[in-house]
Design a protein around this ligand. Structure first.
Ligand code: F6R
Length: 612
């Protein structure tokens, strides 16, 4: 069925419209199109077939704009051709439409008598001409639409823009669904909130007969010309339940999708246990030149970057730094020649990461420095992917839960592939090491599947966290970032205060927090640091702390008084951070559910942080 997406923002919304259309693909359609208002013009692209065709056309024409409408069409009146695809234009008006205008033929006859020429066989085109015609009597786009609506019979939803009205988007709901996605300094429309979930979880559900006027900063809804108030609601879970399948929450579904998501991500790069010849081929010249790597990211993506730093240095002897984007961008960093700047981002739109990237590019250009940029990202059409020299996609599929899960583990898989590639190009890793690691990467989805078998055991442990106010997570080496990630997950969805620490830091402060009311989560894979970690566990127990240990089945760590152990299947030390992400995700999830919080849409948080 047809789908509508539209929006008005400060930034270019081309990719948001394309991404929105992709999220509506499941509805079935046969053509797609979009129109953007920019510089007093309507810029339009339409294509028969998949949204990917439209995306390709948009990438070629480079059209952009901060006001626009987009559509997937499921043919009713007229064949699935480019001419029949929406948006339809009359003069300076562009329209997208869902539903059917039943009296379109008689309206068409009248309009043709007035001299309007039709370029499609659709019922929709009459709306574009009617609005165009009504604008002869009024300078107000809203008023023109208000005059047209009573002439239309049928069930429909509309999105309308005009070149002379670059600061407004008009929308109508009359028998066909339409929601407004409320952003900060930007607002959107869609026929299905699913299309807008990456951008906002706040929606206004228009009622039948509503006409709304959206600007960047305001939303006005009218009924019969009178202003009415419509409440802003948080995500209506019932409506989006369908795509959660058997799972109670998106987060749980996404946790369980990780074996497949990782498999998808590595499949694009591997041929058996070898890197594909065409994998990051275009980046080879840049990789051979780089002397060091600077990773920039926020939140969970930053934690993935922290792990990559260990990997870059241990596995391929390339120096790597990682920094939180909001710090990097404001501290006037020295941009260094022959550096690869890597952005990691699920959305590819995170404001701080994007700003840090652009700033880096500007500084490098000003000094004529030779740098390269690369994005690891889950959204192929995102700004970061478009604006860096190279990109590597995590093929995790849409991540809807605000708390990042499958995006994180696929980022780790992608980072490992990137590291192997750079090592291969620079000849700093032996071929047999590449083979060993890739063989282990292929095996990781199975190990994750086995780790997920611990779900019930982790659920039982989570009961013991329900009433807690604080929690510590400890790990060493690449498990230190997993400790940080576990703490972030727990605090963001269960609202329990949690801290992640490198276990070696315990004595330098956090040990003072440990008492018999303090749960301490330990990440204990089978690696070189295990004995040292066991000493840290003793230190906690000696102060009355209660240990919750995720430990390798061969670690020799066993249950005892105030020491709960969940056995994790064996995995090579190098890939252990991917696998140990799973128990901390499950723990946070179950604690949050027990505490009755809004797991998928935690308070105060947004999925895509496009503002500072
Ligand atoms: C936490 C989480 C956030 C994001 C961060 C960066 O679960 O999801 O910390 O990781 O907002 O977002 P992206 O990866 O889209 O740049």
């Amino acid at each position: 069925m047809c789908g509508i997406v539209g929006g008005i923002a400060e930034r270019s919304i081309t990719n948001i419209l394309i991404e929105g259309l992709k999220r509506l693909e499941y509805r079935g359609y046969d053509s797609a199109g979009l129109a953007l208002i920019n510089g007093g013009q309507v810029l339009r692209e339409r294509r028969v077939g998949k949204v990917a065709n439209l995306e390709e056309a948009v990438n070629e024409s480079h059209i952009a704009g901060s006001l626009g409408i987009a559509h997937t069409r499921w043919a009713t009146h007229g064949k699935p051709t480019e001419n029949n695809a929406h948006p339809h234009i009359s003069g300076d008006v562009a329209v997208v439409h869902n539903g059917i205008i039943e009296n379109y033929q008689e309206l068409k006859d009248d309009l043709e008598a007035l001299g309007y020429v039709f370029t499609s066989q659709t019922d929709t085109e009459v709306v574009a001409h009617l609005v165009n015609d009504a604008l002869k009597n009024t300078p107000s786009l809203l008023e023109a639409v208000r005059q047209v609506v009573p002439q239309l019979k049928g069930a429909y939803a509309l999105g309308i823009v005009h070149t002379d009205h670059p600061n407004e988007l008009i929308t109508v709901r009359e028998g066909s669904p339409l929601v407004i996605g409320v952003g900060i300094g930007e607002n959107f429309i869609s026929s299905d909130q699913l299309a807008l979930l990456p951008i906002t979880n706040r929606f206004i559900y228009l009622e039948e007969g509503d006409i709304a006027r959206l600007t960047r900063t305001s939303i006005e809804v009218f009924v019969d010309g009178n202003r009415v108030e419509r409440p802003v609601k948080e995500l209506d879970a019932a409506v989006s339940n369908a795509s959660k399948g058997e799972y109670k929450h998106y987060m749980l579904k996404e946790i369980y999708e990780q074996p497949e998501a990782i498999q998808q991500t590595i499949s694009q790069a591997l041929n058996g246990n070898a890197l594909r010849d065409d994998f990051l081929k275009n980046a080879e010249a840049d990789f051979s030149k780089i002397q060091q790597v600077q990773i920039i990211a926020c939140g969970t993506s930053y934690h993935a970057g922290m792990i990559a730093k260990y990997w870059f240095e241990q596995l391929i002897n390339v120096s790597a730094q990682v920094e939180i984007a909001s710090e990097f961008r404001y501290r006037s960093p020295v941009i260094v020649n022959n550096t690869l700047y890597v952005c990691i981002s699920q959305s590819g739109e995170t404001a701080d990461t994007l700003a840090a990237l652009r700033d880096t590019q500007k500084r490098a250009a000003a000094k004529n420095l030779d740098i390269a940029t690369l994005t690891i990202c889950n959204v192929a059409t995102s700004s970061m992917v478009r604006e860096t020299d190279h990109s590597l996609l995590t093929l995790a599929g849409p991540e809807i839960g605000v708390a990042s899960t499958k995006a994180f583990t696929t980022q780790l898989a992608a980072l490992m592939l990137l590291i192997l590639k750079i090592g291969q190009v620079k000849n700093t890793i032996a071929a047999e090491n590449i083979e060993t690691i890739t063989a282990e990467l292929w095996h990781t989805p199975k190990v994750i599947l086995d780790t997920l078998q611990n779900n019930e055991a982790i659920l039982r442990l989570s009961e013991l966290f329900k009433e807690k106010q604080h929690c510590l997570f400890l790990g060493r080496g690449t498990q230190f970032p997993i400790a940080l990630e576990g703490a972030l997950k727990l605090k963001e969805i269960s609202y329990i205060h949690a801290e992640g620490y490198a276990a070696g830091e315990l004595k330098h402060g956090p040990l003072a927090l440990v008492d018999n009311d303090m749960p301490v989560v330990i990440l204990a894979p089978q690696d070189d640091m295990l004995d040292k970690l066991k000493s840290n566990m003793e230190e906690v127990q000696a102060r009355g702390g209660e240990l919750f240990v995720f430990a390798d089945i061969n670690s020799g760590v066993n249950e005892k008084d105030r020491q709960h152990v969940v056995k994790v299947p064996s995995i090579s030390a190098v890939l252990a951070p991917i696998v140990y992400s799973i128990p901390v995700q499950l723990l946070s999830y179950h604690v949050a559910v027990l505490r009755g919080t809004d797991v998928d849409q935690p308070r105060n948080l947004a999925k895509s942080v496009t503002v500072e």
